[in-house]
Unconditional design. Sequence first.
Length: 314
Amino acid sequence: MSTLISEIAEVDTLNPSILKSNALESEAIYILREVAAQFERPVLLFSGGKDSITLVRLAQKAFYPAKIPFPLMHIDTGHNFPETIEFRDRLVEELGVELIVRNVQDSIDQGKVVEETGKYASRNTLQTTTLLDAIEEFKFDACIGGARRDEEKARAKERIFSVRDDFGQWDEKNQRPELFDMLNGKIELGQNVRVFPISNWTELDVWSYIEQEQIEIPSIYFAHKRNTFLRDGLIWSAEDDVVYRAEDELVEERMVRFRTVGDMSCTAAVESYADTIEKVVAEIRSSRISERGARIDDKRSEAAMEKRKQQGYF
């Protein structure tokens, strides 16, 4: 794991990408400090993906030399890529931060949600109930997430401080204006706020920052040989018993990587030979397909993401 460098490196003032990265970093750090100042029980929602890992680095910088002053929480579907869970545990141990894990399986066992079955079954949407229960259990008033406005049109409607009602629901028509970078953290009893410090970042911004900061990320993001099969024009992992595979869906070894690391049952791979951060950045620069294009849960309907968010999703 790379460690936080306390010395501030000399900035190349002639490099526009570095200038942009520094501006985005400063904005995110400002937001994280506002969260710590305005809320009593914040938490950082951690998936083990590149965006939440970037948030952790930003939080390190925001509060250095002190430790990150709030816990990390992972809503575990039970269908995560093993590489992601292994990385999560190593990162938390290195940083010495508190990790809270709540499991979707517990929500299923308690009868609060019903396991999906069939060809497109996924636990991704079931996370909402587990998340809302965890927020209530720990009385969190601010949940910091790594969503970005470029990911999906519903997320483009989010404020940086996005208020949820006492049922955890989101009303996109009833959000506060955020003028002149003023972040209003005042909420009513029972409400909570989802906070998105990297709202204004793009996928390329995140990867460029990872490259600039030399942040370690799970190996699954880099090109590797994997047993896979094709369905609906997408490449699925065949190295586990989570993803449904029909008898006529043939397994082949391909060189692939994953652009997102969500629930295995709804996250497809892309063919790639990008096995370093530098090559991934170059690949993203030339890509014309959104990273969410490999997420089957977004394709269930035109408004799939927006409906999930209205119900309390990340």
